[in-house]
Write a protein that binds this ligand. Structure first.
Ligand code: NAP
Length: 251
């Protein structure tokens, strides 16, 4: 019974920003649970191709789509590609994200706008891209917020605003789509070992680590496990929540 509850065989999952880091681990986790994957990314062709091969090794199908999710038209192509290749969409994971950290006094409008488009408008764009197929037979949306969306952080006004926005979007979509049997949740990871964390200076990383009760950064796989859970029938009565995964960083 327990195994069935985590089984995603026959499902089709769209994962944005799936070529590296957390998105890569989520795509592999969903594939391991049985889902075929549409893997989106915006630049990293080689990395995306490697992930595709890993997914195929697991016996699943994978289609890669290079598209900037911050651009409405490009995001619609992701939905079209999923329908062309698989004929349906069951799961959407809005994971793609960037940071452009600066104190507000030095933050340019371009840095504000790029992060807003990539992290938040993308969630609107991609949800719109798959909403029709997703709501036909019930489905799941998981969007990747952040501990920063709840706590704020010096130098991250743009990033924190997008991650808080994702939580509001999630709660609203959970209400709007419940009647179509679509569950909509967010995850709020703490600091996770990826290229993004590598952009934080080493001394600041050490200070951050001291604030994590479990005493270490998370791994992409730990975030993927929670995401697979939210996408699976095991979470069938969970909607509108933001699941915190952060080693105790936000107690
Ligand atoms: P990462 O290692 O930098 O990977 C980012 C992924 O997003 C890459 O696959 C990248 O592909 C893709 N991407 C970036 N811009 C894109 C765009 N415009 N269109 C499509 N894909 C795009 O980052 P990560 O740490 O795994 O972060 C993944 C998500 O988790 C983000 O939403 C981030 O905010 C969130 N998060 C991260 C942490 C952390 O500590 N790492 C904590 C909390 C939340 P390309 O290189 O091809 O563009």
């Amino acid at each position: 019974m327990l195994e069935q509850m985590y089984d995603l065989s026959g499902k089709v999952a769209v994962v944005t920003g799936g070529s590296r880091g957390i998105g890569k681990a989520i795509a592999l986790g969903l594939a391991e649970a049985g889902a075929d994957i549409l893997l989106n990314y915006s630049r990293s062709d080689k990395e995306a191709d490697k992930v595709k091969k890993e997914i195929e090794k697991l016996g699943r199908k994978c289609v890669t789509v290079r598209a900037n999710v911050g651009n409405f038209q490009q995001a619609q192509n992701i939905g079209k590609a999923a329908m062309n290749h698989f004929g349906k969409v069951d799961i959407l994971v809005n994971n793609a994200g960037i940071n452009r950290d600066r104190m507000l006094k030095r933050m340019t409008y371009e840095q504000w706008e790029e992060v807003i488009h990539t992290n938040l408008s993308s969630v609107f764009n991609c949800t719109k891209a798959v909403i029709d197929p997703l709501s036909k037979e019930g489905g799941v949306i998981v969007s990747v917020s952040s501990v920063i969306g709840e706590m704020g952080n010096i130098g991250q006004a743009n990033y924190a605003s997008t991650k808080a926005g994702i939580i509001g979007f999630t709660k609203t979509m959970a209400r709007e789509l419940a009647g179509s049997n679509v569950r909509v949740n967010a995850i709020a990871p703490g600091f996770v070992e990826t290229d993004m964390l590598g952009t934080v200076p080493a001394d600041i990383r050490e200070t951050i680590k001291k604030d994590i009760p479990l005493g270490r950064f998370g791994t992409p796989e730990e975030i993927a496990l929670a995401t697979v859970y939210l996408c699976s029938p095991a979470a069938s009565w969970i909607t509108g929540v933001t699941l915190r995964i952060n080693g105790g960083n936000y107690i």
